[in-house]
Write a protein that binds this ligand. Structure first.
Ligand code: SF4
Length: 151
C-alpha cells in the first residue's frame, strides 16, 4: 500500500459523519445522543460529526422501536448512505422493543431484521460514553483501510 493510501485511510477512519433516525422513542436516548455533542463528552474531539444528511453520513444511529410504518422509509434512508457504512442500534428499543414490546403492540423489533446493524448499545437509555464507544468500535472495524480492502 502506498504512503498516500495509508494517509488517506488514516484520515478517512478519523473523520466519521453520523446521522441519526428516531423510529419512535421516549426521547431518553435522544437526550443521551445530544449529550455526546455537549462539551462534557465532546464527540467532535474524536473526529466524529453529527448531522442529519444521510448522503454525507458514514454511520446511522437508530433510536426507538421499529414500527411497520417505517417499512417504506428506513430502507430507502439506509440506501442513501454511501458505502462504507454502519448502523448502530442505540438503546433497548431498537434491540428488543423495550417497554413498548407488549402483546398487541404495533412494533416489530429488532431493527436488525430490517437493516444490517454493526453494533448494539443496550440500555434504557445507554450512557453517552457507551454510544461513543460503539461509534469508535465501528469506526475501526468498518472504515479503517476500507479502500485497501476493496482492491
Ligand atoms: S431505550 Fe428506554 S430511554 Fe431509550 S427510547 Fe427506549 S424507552 Fe426511551
Amino acid at each position: 500500500m502506498s504512503i498516500l493510501q495509508t494517509i488517506k485511510d488514516k484520515v478517512r477512519s478519523r473523520s466519521i459523519h453520523v446521522s441519526y433516525v428516531d423510529l419512535g422513542s421516549c426521547n431518553g436516548c435522544d437526550i443521551e445522543v445530544l449529550a455526546c455533542l455537549a462539551p462534557r463528552y465532546d464527540i467532535e474531539q474524536y473526529g466524529i460529526y453529527v448531522h442529519n444528511n444521510p448522503r454525507e453520513a458514514d454511520v446511522l444511529i437508530v433510536i426507538g422501536a421499529y414500527t411497520p410504518g417505517w417499512q417504506e422509509k428506513l430502507t430507502p434512508l439506509w440506501e442513501k448512505i454511501p458505502d462504507p457504512k454502519a448502523a448502530i442500534a442505540v438503546g433497548n428499543c431498537p434491540i428488543s422493543g423495550c417497554c413498548f414490546n407488549r402483546r398487541g403492540a404495533y412494533i416489530d423489533p429488532p431493527v436488525s431484521k430490517h437493516i444490517p446493524v454493526a453494533a448494539e448499545v443496550p440500555g434504557c437509555p445507554p450512557r453517552p460514553t457507551e454510544i461513543l464507544a460503539a461509534i469508535l468500535s465501528v469506526r475501526d472495524a468498518v472504515f479503517a483501510n476500507w479502500e485497501g480492502r476493496q482492491r
